[in-house]
Design a protein. Structure first.
Length: 252
């Protein structure tokens, strides 16, 4: 951290150092992870419950291992990457902004990983089960390994970001950028958007769309209650303790 104002050259030097450290950590983990990427890929294939996962080109299996290895390296290195980003950004922030970053970074990473895990262990099997139910007599399941890995990525990463919404809503409400009333005002639009997203990512099955859409909307409602919990009316911080509003921010 730097207490004095840095020149443009010093900022660029600091940025290069932070990027170099992050890339070095990812590179080391990538090289070390290559030896375990094959068992992890085999575990992912076994969870697919598909009879045949194939490769359609000479380098496809190799690139599948590279993709799995890179994802593992990024996940394991994410705390280091976030620390390097914070170490570069924090000196230029106000004390209040530093508190916000300190609150968001650690729990945000945990929530992102929890969201990805929920997408993988809950929604991927659900969608797979429904999609395979459409395979009738005379048809066999032949999936390429690339398509299967892309399918997992498209269903897990979005849920990682969605899981962070309650935390982001609470922080933004605390510093006054949003109000709980906004969630109530746009609730009907949230319902439409939630099930529109479900219609895009879910298979053409009513039950799957209902479950995924309901989960997305549930995150919206949790974000509303978290924002309501942390919201403070303007000027509330300067009021005497006996006159502070209720934790719900005085909202009906």
């Amino acid at each position: 951290m730097h207490d004095r104002e840095m020149s443009l050259t010093e900022h660029l030097t600091e940025l290069r150092y932070r990027i170099t450290v992050s890339l070095a950590v990812v590179g080391v983990l990538f090289l070390a992870g290559f030896f375990v990427s094959r068992p992890v890929l085999h575990w992912l294939i076994m969870r697919a419950h598909v009879k045949h996962i194939i490769v359609t080109g000479v380098p496809e299996a190799f690139f599948a291992l590279i993709k799995v290895d890179l994802m593992m390296a990024l996940i394991v290195a994410s705390p280091v990457i976030l620390y390097q980003v914070a170490a570069f950004v924090l000196p230029g922030l106000t004390p209040q902004e530093r508190k916000v970053v300190g609150v968001v970074v650690g729990p945000g990473l945990v929530l992102f990983l929890i969201g990805m895990a929920g997408g993988f262990f809950i929604f991927v099997p659900l969608v797979l089960r429904v999609m395979l139910s459409f395979v009738g007599n005379g048809l066999s399941e032949y999936w390429t390994i690339t398509n299967y890995l892309n399918f997992i990525t498209y269903l897990t990463v979005p849920f990682g970001f969605l899981a962070e919404l309650p935390l982001i809503s609470g922080v933004m409400a605390r510093i006054g950028l949003i109000q709980p009333a906004m969630f109530r005002r746009y609730r009907r639009y949230a319902i439409v958007i939630a099930f529109l997203i479900a219609a895009i990512v879910a298979p053409p099955d009513a039950l799957s769309m209902l479950v995924i859409g309901g989960a997305i909307y549930l995150i919206y409602e949790v974000s509303y209650w978290v924002a309501r919990l942390f919201y403070r009316e303007p000027g509330a911080e300067s009021q005497p303790a006996s006159t502070l509003p209720e934790p719900w921010g005085g909202q009906p």
